[in-house]
Design a protein around this ligand. Sequence first.
Ligand SMILES: [Zn+2]
Length: 409
Amino acid sequence: MRTAARGFPSFGRIPRKLGPIAATSWGRAWNAAMEDVAVDEQPLKDGRKLAHTGVIGPITLSPGLVRAEIGDGGELLGTLIELPTMTDRAWELVLEQISARAGHVAALLDGELSGELITELAEAGLPLVPLPSELEPECDCSMGYEIPCKHAAALSYQVSWLLDAEPFLLMLLRGMDQQELTRRLSSRKRPRARPRRGTSIAAAYKREPGPLPEISAEPPTGPYPVVDIEPPPGLPDFLVPRMFANAVWQARDLLGDLVNAEPTPWIEMYQDNVRLSVLYPELIADHLGSHETAAAWRLGGRAGLAVEKEKRKLTPTELAKARAALEAAELGEFEVGKEWGEPCNHFTFTGQRRQLRLGEDGLWYSYYDMKGWGQWLMAGPPDRDPAVAFDVPPPDKPKRALRRRLPKC
Ligand SMILES: [Zn+2]
């Protein structure tokens, strides 16, 4: 895939407006992803100011990378924001998703990328707008310990203006420019109809059912059944048996719900994607979830994932109780996190790369800073006692190499 970088002239000095920084839902989602990375609110505030002062030079956007030089105190600082590009296979799925609706194809060939399609792709596990865990800002400044520093934050806000004007740039950042997308969409042949297979409904009803298969009480992790179904175009063979096993397992739960007093709670699509990424880690590489969300689900289920995804403001009573519990546990000095200037459920221990987060369920969730600058990963099972939750070894480094080992199709 050949995708050229695009350059944009400096915005120069521009007046600040009231209201949100970006005008479109995807521009705002981009900003939210960057703001979610931030440990501290101050660099974001400074970045918002800086974005309007004309110190940021021309911006270059290329697959997986935003670059600009920023003037500060007579120095010229190189500032970057990195994000993962999509694999060829993920792009194949994107094209598949677009091609499923003639309206999307027509709009894209006309040069329009709608918010609706951006949302649809995100729901299908193919987010164009980066997830918070995907943005990696870097800067030459001495404030490198702040993630993002005010320079990277300012650059990120300016990128949201570019995205407001030209949503196609999201595709470029993910690895494919408008020209290449148009070329691939127009050259795409409609999939040939396969010869009809299987059994007619009438015949199926007439057939005597055989014995039901054994259903294990454990989630299906393999060996997987041999399923005589071709994968949909663009998807690898290994997927169908896994999805088959998963469907059997889900059906078992649904059947159980008929007779159980407490049915399994409804699972949202994003939760289900994360659940699948835990069951089949090889799918993480395809945007079903991140290592961070997978760890949260594995250790804490739904409640763990909620702790991973949302900072929760604490009431004064909750905060007082939490402080008292932590002080009694004598785990060391800690700082209370902030969400929009108010105390939240994150408690970071000074000089220990450790954090405890208080879940809505009243349990403490242990986190470890993998890189020493706020790359938090859930480290152990939650506990009502903060000392027990705290007392876990640092988690193993996630194996990011998986992405490369996936079969090509
Ligand atoms: Zn900086």
